[in-house]
Design a protein around this ligand. Structure first.
Ligand SMILES: *Cc1c(COP(=O)(O)O)cnc(C)c1O
Length: 391
């Protein structure tokens, strides 16, 4: 299995666990147990039951007829936007909260940038009656007031990160520091990033997306493989989930779409695969945007969920091996794609998901080409941005 990590969590040269000595016991405990827990009947029963009755899965696979007509292909949308809390992130937090419970943890720690992962974590902590602490950059707290309010209503404690640029990477640093001081807490990471085993664990939990796709495509087209899957990439979890069961089927084309912000070479971008170099971020070796001194370059995208200076190690490997094609979309291209989907299909996508849609006009498509676009989330959270740019 070429695209599964080895025993040390490496995909080729990427991955591993670069962590302070003091965290070793925590990470080792998780590493020793996660596969066994995930594969146990008890976990699977509870996880599948919550995904069905709480999250609302399976999410529909919708044939977007008017979009298909416009682009001259057969385009399906995998509707992760219809999940409880409005995006794919909850698939992961439901899974990890069950793993935390199996490990006997009662306190959950998370960090969040835009607040989407913080809300998904606070949600499952409320559901399970567990204590929840969320680190968030002070600037992000000001920018993302509605999500901060949601987390508080859900009972989470939101702690401002006041160091550095007061954004996601600082929240991550402070969360890790807190974890060292409180080793009894469970650190719930929101994407396929972080030290091994997090990237593989989160990919396995998001893999339900492609597991359902296979069944739904078989029902609707007679074949379980599409020709092409398109997904946006911030850290890479929705793409990892949409690609997962097709990784080894190399005839299925995988397209990962990054945020180009104001343009890949504008200095205001988050297109990591185009601009990044090998380095260590968040405990794993991957590609990240850094300056000549190895300092992380602050990324930029209109979409908060894609505004991350790295990608997970699986994606670094998919890029290096060319198993996936990396494309990108600017702020404006994503906005236009979002308006278009809204007008012709009556679906307001999240700005992140709009980046995946925005590459359709750049592709050379065939009428019978079956494409699945992973619609990672809904656009309610982005309405203010959409209205501001509508004129
Ligand atoms: C967080 C988020 C993303 C980006 O995260 P990935 O881990 O790359 O999937 C994409 N879409 C939505 C709707 C999000 O909330």
């Amino acid at each position: 299995m070429k695209f599964q990590p080895d025993n040390n969590g490496y995909y080729g040269q990427f991955g591993g666990a670069f962590i302070p000595e003091l965290l070793y016991p925590n990470v080792k405990e998780l590493e020793d147990n996660y596969i066994q827990i995930i594969e146990s009947e008890e976990f699977q029963t509870e996880y599948k039951d919550l995904l069905k009755h709480y999250v609302g899965r399976p999410s529909p696979l919708y044939l977007a007829k008017r979009l298909s007509e416009k682009y001259g292909a057969t385009i399906y949308l995998k509707r992760e936007d219809l999940n409880h809390t409005g995006a794919h992130k909850v698939n992961n937090t439901i899974g990890q909260i069950l793993i935390a419970k199996h490990l006997g943890k009662t306190k959950i720690l998370a960090e969040t940038g835009a607040g989407q992962h913080g809300v998904a974590t606070a949600t499952v902590c409320a559901l399970m009656g567990l204590e929840c602490v969320v680190f968030m950059g002070e600037i992000d707290i000001q920018r993302q007031a509605p999500n901060v309010a949601r987390m508080k209503m859900l009972g989470a404690k939101v702690v401002p990160a006041t160091s550095g640029s007061k954004t996601l990477k600082d929240a991550t640093n402070e969360a890790i520091r807190y974890w060292i001081q409180h080793p009894d807490t469970y650190y719930l990471i929101g994407s396929v990033v972080g030290p091994h085993p997090y990237p593989d664990m989160v990919a396995r939990l998001q893999a339900v997306i492609s597991e359902e796709m296979k069944i739904q495509l078989k029902e609707q087209t007679g074949k379980e493989n599409p020709d092409t899957i398109i997904a946006c990439v911030g850290g890479g979890s929705n793409a990892a989930g949409a690609f997962y069961h097709y990784l080894e089927d190399e005839e299925v084309e995988l397209i990962a779409v990054e945020a180009a912000g104001l343009g890949v070479n504008s200095g205001e971008s988050a297109a990591t695969s185009q601009l990044g170099e090998v380095g260590v971020i968040h405990g794993s070796k991957t590609i990240l945007m850094q300056d000549e001194y190895g300092q992380i370059v602050e990324p930029y995208s209109i979409s908060a969920g894609l505004d991350y200076p790295g990608v997970g190690p699986l994606h670094a490997y998919l890029h290096e091996t060319k198993r996936a094609t990396f494309m990108n979309a600017t702020d404006n291209e994503a906005l236009n794609a979002a308006y278009e989907l809204t007008k012709i299909e009556g679906i307001i996508p999240a700005l992140e998901s709009a980046h995946a849609l925005a590459v359709l006009p750049k592709m050379d498509l065939q009428k019978d080409q079956v494409i699945v676009v992973n619609l990672s989330g809904r656009g309610d959270k982005d309405l203010e941005t959409y209205i501001k740019h509508l004129s």
